[in-house]
Ligand binder design. Structure first.
Ligand SMILES: *Cc1c(COP(=O)(O)O)cnc(C)c1O
Length: 394
């Protein structure tokens, strides 16, 4: 007799996977022989710098690294993170109590919900946003309250628009700047408002700073933790994924409020045994070694950004160039939904763009382009869009 499998409510509660339809269409195009160019991938296309790879190779040979690591990360790894915060943001962190390693910030973001959210609790989540904020909360049985990110407000949540009863019962808030998917950035005034709001309503702030090193035109994104009082109300998630082209290596950290860092470490010690020490050594190399690969990467993305935005503006858009992230967030032309426009671009130009609704209901009417293909491929994609879609109206 076959098993009668009944999935747990928490996984049944996860939102449906919205990219299934477009992924089927892409597969069909490729099967039909179309040279599909994907501008949909949120993953650096360039390799990890050589000195980091060499460190992994060296450390992989050391027997001490073959044993279980500590689930909170080696002290030397946490010290390297602390030094990086000091150099980059002028933020002092205690590596013993204010930093914990995570297996990529995605893991930490999903698991922090388990530390502070009970079933039925409210968590404030940006919409559009990185799907893991809501996903982790839903798996913990909590209920996301979606804060719309709107163009008129610079894609910052309007904290004043959160109903007082929601603010009062919310336990946690996720924010993310530089932002995926909108490419928006946030400044001191916003962070101060967030800190005051957190104090007033007793809300734990979880800031995701994954793109802090991916910025252009000389702009340097701040850390949430550099603002007065931030460490009393929250933590920051970060990783080497985007800064050093290390998404596949799975190593990051959470830093900030010591009780929160301790709780996350305690939870993790019941789930995982940390990251392979050789990978931790490689991340240390990234954080403490030469940083010229970071500026090289910024130059490459900046050039792609300029080509992309100029070309779209030539077709009728009026986009401003994002100051950070490798995303361009753009409205769909008149008469289109996010899905219908993404399907049109795929059908007519063989180019993949991501419908904004994949990042939340409020992403409707937008699409996201990632700058993660080589210049020549991007120019080819834009040329095809221009020839087969032509000028657009809004
Ligand atoms: C890519 C990305 C991350 C990084 O995730 P890791 O698990 O550290 O690789 C985190 N947040 C956002 C919004 C991202 O786009």
């Amino acid at each position: 007799m076959s098993l009668q499998l009944e999935e747990a409510q928490r996984i049944k509660n996860l939102p449906p996977y919205l990219f299934a339809r477009i992924e089927k269409l892409i597969a069909a195009k490729r099967k039909a022989g179309v040279d599909v160019i994907s501008l949909g991938i949120g993953d650096p296309d360039m390799p990890t710098p050589g000195h980091i790879i060499e460190e992994l190779q060296k450390q992989a040979e050391v027997p001490a690294n073959h044993q279980y690591p500590s689930s909170v990360g080696m002290l030397s790894y946490r010290q390297a993170v602390a030094r990086w915060y000091q150099n980059r943001f002028g933020v002092e962190l205690n590596p013993d109590s204010e930093i914990v390693s995570v297996i990529g910030s995605k893991e930490g973001i999903a698991h922090i919900a388990w530390c502070y959210l009970n079933p039925g609790d409210t968590v404030l989540v940006p919409d559009p946003g990185y799907p893991v904020y809501a996903g982790g909360a839903i798996l913990a049985g909590a209920e996301p309250y979606y804060m719309p990110l709107e163009a008129e407000k610079g894609f910052l949540p309007d904290l004043g628009a959160i109903p007082a009863d929601v603010a009062r019962r919310a336990k946690m808030m996720f924010i993310n700047y530089p932002n995926n998917p909108t490419g928006a950035v946030a400044g001191e005034e916003f962070y101060q408002e967030v800190i005051a709001f957190a104090r007033e309503n007793n809300i734990l702030i979880c800031h995701d700073a994954a793109y802090s090193e991916m910025s252009y035109d000389g702009y340097k994104p701040p850390s949430f933790l550099q603002f007065q009082g931030a460490i009393d109300v929250g933590i920051e998630f970060h990783s080497v994924s985007k800064s050093y082209n290390m998404t596949g290596w799975r190593i990051g950290w959470a830093a900030g409020h010591p009780a929160v860092v301790e709780a996350l470490g305690r939870l993790k010690s019941n789930i995982d045994s940390g990251q392979f020490q050789a990978v931790q050594y490689a991340a240390i190399k990234g954080l403490t070694g030469p940083q010229d690969d970071v500026s090289k990467m910024q130059k490459i993305y900046q050039e792609r950004r300029d080509i992309l935005v100029d070309a779209l503006n030539g077709m009728g858009w009026s986009l401003t160039k994002p100051k950070a992230t490798f995303y361009v967030w753009a409205p769909v032309p008149a008469g289109h939904t996010s899905e219908s426009f993404a399907e049109l671009v795929l059908e007519k130009a063989g180019v993949v763009i991501t419908p904004g609704t994949g990042y939340g209901e409020n992403g409707a009417g937008f699409f996201r382009i990632a700058l993660t293909v080589q210049k020549e491929r991007m120019i080819e994609a834009l040329e095809r869009m221009k020839q087969n879609i032509g000028t657009v109206k809004f």
